[in-house]
Design a protein around this ligand. Structure first.
Ligand code: DGJ
Length: 732
């Protein structure tokens, strides 16, 4: 890895073994991109790729009239001079002008990476990454723009963000401040985005890019289940196993926009950042605004490789603390077993049975506090309900610990029910427009986390509950989108800052709780997977993937999620049948075979299943304990897409290629067809492996494939709906 500054040509070449990223100072003084892709040799001067030609458009250099921004690739374009594409930022001066021109002033190259204050971001030790900071200046507004680029040693990745500083005394307004722009020199690409909604999150959808803009966004205050803030730009023939692609992952949990714009001159512009809708940041003299980070990756080896890049980078350089790279405890959560209708006694009964099965952690979900017996009351009152927990959280934790289990519980700190003591005391602490009706979501309002005193209050309440008890885990939920976003804590001209300040408030509460209780494992949740993003992973290393726990639906949800997020971050549990969301019944084996590929746990009362199934559960837990390190941290490969066929398959391979685990699932039976073959991948072609009771070379398994008939003797058949198998492959 290195960053070369070529003074004569004014060019920067960031490279490692896999990628090159080349930037130059343009004739206009702004920064232009010359190349981003597979690693190429360095040379003094790459300016032969700059288009200088007298086309019928407007030139930015008055001398020769041959250089137009529109024909060239920009690093962080503004609108208002000769680039007619979508801008990366917009600043309004006191006189109302929105034209800016940031020109190169200086740069700084250093080992490692700086933190972005108050925001989540990847981190790196000095030997893991190098950073280039370009300092640009707009004389008229007396503002500085810092563009930051970090290249990592072991990953085909560049992490980018921008920073604005107002050096003058006049106030300016930032109307738009995206995190990155990547201009590519041709448009033969498709966009893979991850669409969804509650209970059907992160379904990959491919869109062909043609003239104009193709975009996804969230305006819900959370990153959302509707459009995930991760997307891929790929060549049409790129698939999981081969081909060129770029990934864009936003390390942020609020409103976002991601866009690909094809202009009339073969340029494809990709932009990502905070959604400018309802965003205005007032920057007084001396103040700084930092955008969140976008992690951009490139592969020439297909989408499995792209996903593995994000998996490893996020496991090693985003997730922090005690749970970084640690296999996760197998848990039993009571939500689908009891909802809010429980007593300490009924909870302990579920926990005791879980212990007998081999579970390690018991989680008490919603309903333990205030008057919380249904959705209508109690949120905001973070004090134990004595009817349900007579000796408080500490008492229950002691009793669960005495069974030999760790203990954790559920919170939803950002919310309040109108029917709560908190709301009665502080009706002004919610996001609401004075005099207007507030929309409810699940009968609750959103607390104004843009205000420090609100975050403080919630922190102190939660601190008391956690501090007195032996707590190993917390599930942090968030169950509605933001509406009527207005804060009584802000003057009128700062209302455009509230969405972002809200997210900063969420991050600050996470930071304070993590600092106070560094050993607690946090799992984020937002009606399932409504806030499954890289920003959250910085605080909570795992996320409840979806409220849809049906094994067959989960195949698609987990398959889609695996494109951008590590397997160890995917909260996945076995629940009861018929499934509460879909009514579908699948075997206990298939439910576990799907849930293994994630954090793994149970979302049911194990007292309710029969002895035969209970014996199976014990075996499943033993299996997961034995293999979770490999499943959660091995190289994960998608093998057969559940979006294309009635069968799906995936596998994990250990880093040393000595062990692999394959999962195969029949989503819909096919009558009178041959079972066929499944080609594996990622193994050592020359190594010999044992699978079931036979031996094979790696190249056999990868090229001829495994015959699915082999598994018929174990009861698996593709003429049975929802049949599945998981098999372990060991090098001999
Ligand atoms: C939504 C979550 O996704 C569920 O798992 C559960 O925790 C409920 N909220 C509790 O209200």
């Amino acid at each position: 890895m290195n960053i070369i500054w070529n003074k004569t040509s004014g060019q920067f070449h960031l490279y490692n073994d896999r990628i090159s990223y080349i930037i130059a100072v343009a004739p206009s003084g702004e920064m232009t991109n010359l190349y981003f892709g597979k690693r190429i040799h360095d040379r003094e001067d790459f300016s032969y790729v700059v288009f200088r030609m007298g086309m019928p458009n407007i030139a930015v250099d008055a001398d020769t009239e041959t250089y137009s921004m529109e024909l060239n690739r920009q690093e962080y374009p503004s609108f208002g001079t000769t680039d007619f594409g979508t801008s990366a930022f917009e600043i309004e001066s006191e006189n109302g002008s929105r034209v800016s021109s940031f020109v190169y002033k200086s740069h700084n190259i250093f080992s490692g990476k700086r933190v972005i204050s108050g925001l989540p971001a990847t981190y790196a030790a000095e030997n893991e990454a190098m950073t280039l900071e370009l300092e640009m200046e707009d004389e008229q507004t007396q503002m500085t723009l810092l563009l930051s680029y970090t290249i990592f040693e072991g990953y085909p990745v560049v992490a980018r963000h921008a920073e604005f500083k107002n050096n003058g005394s006049a106030k300016v307004k930032i109307i738009k401040a995206l995190s990155c722009c990547v201009d590519l020199p041709d448009q033969d690409y498709e966009m893979v985005q991850f669409n969804g909604a509650w209970a059907r999150e992160r379904m990959p959808v491919v869109r062909r890019l043609t003239g104009g803009t193709t975009s996804i966004e969230s305006k819900r205050g959370v990153s959302s289940a509707n459009f995930n803030p991760f997307f891929i730009i790929k060549r049409p023939n790129t698939d999981d196993f081969a081909g060129d692609a770029y990934g864009f992952s936003f390390v942020y949990s609020g409103n976002f926009i991601a866009m690909a714009e094809a202009n009339s001159y073969e340029r494809l512009r990709i932009l990502m950042g905070i959604n400018p809708e309802r965003f205005t940041w007032v920057l007084n003299g001396g103040e700084t605004f930092e955008t969140p980070e976008v992690v951009i990756a490139h592969t020439d080896q297909g989408l499995n490789d792209l996903s593995q890049t994000y998996h490893s980078l996020y496991n090693n350089n985003l997730v922090r603390g005690k749970w970084k790279n640690k296999p996760r405890p197998i848990l039993n959560n009571n939500w689908e077993a009891t909802f809010m209708d429980f007593t300490e006694e009924s909870i302990l009964k579920i926990a005791a049975k879980a212990k007998e099965a081999g579970v390690e952690l018991f989680v008490l979900d919603d309903g333990w506090f205030g008057e919380r017996n249904d959705d209508f009351a109690g949120l905001g009152d973070w004090v134990e309900n004595p009817g349900k927990l007579p000796q408080g959280m500490a008492g229950l934790a002691r009793k669960v610990n005495a069974l030999g289990l760790q203990f954790g519980f559920w919170i939803e700190p950002e919310m309040v029910n109108p029917n709560s003591n908190l709301f009665r005391r502080h009706p002004d602490w919610v996001l609401a427009v004075p005099g207007r009706k507030s929309s409810l979501g699940r009968h609750q309002l959103v607390l104004d986390f843009s205000r420090e005193e609100v975050v403080d209050y919630i922190y102190n309440m939660l601190y008391k509950v956690i501090d007195g008890a032996n707590i190993s885990y917390i599930k942090w939920d968030m169950n509605r989108s933001l509406t009527e976003v207005f804060s009584l804590g802000c003057p009128p001209e700062e209302q455009g800052m509230v969405y972002h300040r809200y997210v900063l408030g969420v991050y600050s509460l996470y930071t304070r709780l993590i600092e106070a209780f560094p050993d607690i494992l946090f799992e984020s949740c937002s009606s399932g997977g409504n806030r499954f993003d890289a920003g959250m992973l910085y605080y909570a290393p795992q996320a409840w993937c979806s409220d849809n726990t049906d094994a067959i639906d989960r195949l698609r949800i987990q398959y889609g999620t695996s494109y951008g997020y590590p397997i160890v971050s995917i909260g996945s549990h076995v629940s009861a049948v018929p499934n509460q969301q879909t009514g579908r019944s699948t075997s206990i084996s298939t439910r576990a075979n799907v849930a293994y590929f994630g954090t793994f746990g149970y979302e049911l009362d194990l007292n309710e299943i029969d002895d035969k199934e209970f014996e199976k559960v014990k075996e499943q837990i033993e299996f997961m304990k034995k293999h979770r390190e490999l499943i959660q941290f091995g190289d994960f490969f998608r093998l057969r897409s559940p979006f294309e066929t009635d069968q799906t398959a995936w596998m994990v391979v250990s880093k040393d290629k000595k062990k692999a685990i394959v999962g195969f699932y029949c989503m819909r039976s096919n009558v009178n067809t041959l079972p066929g073959f499944l080609k594996l991948t990622g193994l050592d072609p020359d190594a010999r492996y044992r699978m079931e009771d036979k031996e094979y070379y790696g190249d056999e398994l990868m090229n001829m494939g495994i015959t699915l008939l082999e598994f018929y003797k174990k009861g698996f058949t593709i003429s049975e709906d929802y049949a599945s198998f998981v098999t372990v492959i060991d090098a001999i």
